[in-house]
Design a protein around this ligand. Sequence first.
Ligand code: GRF
Length: 202
Amino acid sequence: KRVAVLISGSGSNLQALIDSTRDPTKNSAAEIVLVISNKATAYGLERAKQAGICSLVVDHKNYASREEYDRILHEKLLNANIDIVCLAGFMRILSGEFTRNWTGKMINIHPSLLPLFKGANAWKQALNSGVRVTGCTVHFVEEDVDAGGIIVQETVPIKPDDTEESLLERIHTVEHKAYPTALELIAAGRAKLSEDKKVIWC
Ligand code: GRF
């Protein structure tokens, strides 16, 4: 399957996806063929270059509306014959039309155990709430932000002396395991989204 990864920043999840799909021992059903960033300064673009993967900057500032931006994004994905879209720290809310076009073919990673702590700074929300366990979630993307059928979750215990930084670091470590696992499940057709938006396991 031809995969595009959408980023806005450091791209450590992008790196984990590149490494796992290229690991010869894993015989992956996925190949990352395109990286798109809405920010020209995203370090993930450098990672794509290092890996010899085609990358594009599609800066939202050059488009008048969200809909217009998303139409261009959609066009770029179609032009590259993309089968699966992975959102990996892509800091843009996608329009309903775009999301519907990619239903069942677009996944996202979020730094909490959804449906808890949706939105920004999810690990801080978890730390401040007093829960003793958090983690990360890879899920199909739906129109509602941070909602949609859950494919993989990994837990992270919250330690009494955790700071925002130390907790985030441990969440990142499990993200780098969870995202490749989820992508493989989708690419190999072992997890799918049903008509009524439930995950079916094959
Ligand atoms: C991750 O924590 C992910 O859960 C969130 O954005 C962050 C991206 O980090 N959606 P990176 O750019 O992959 O390093």
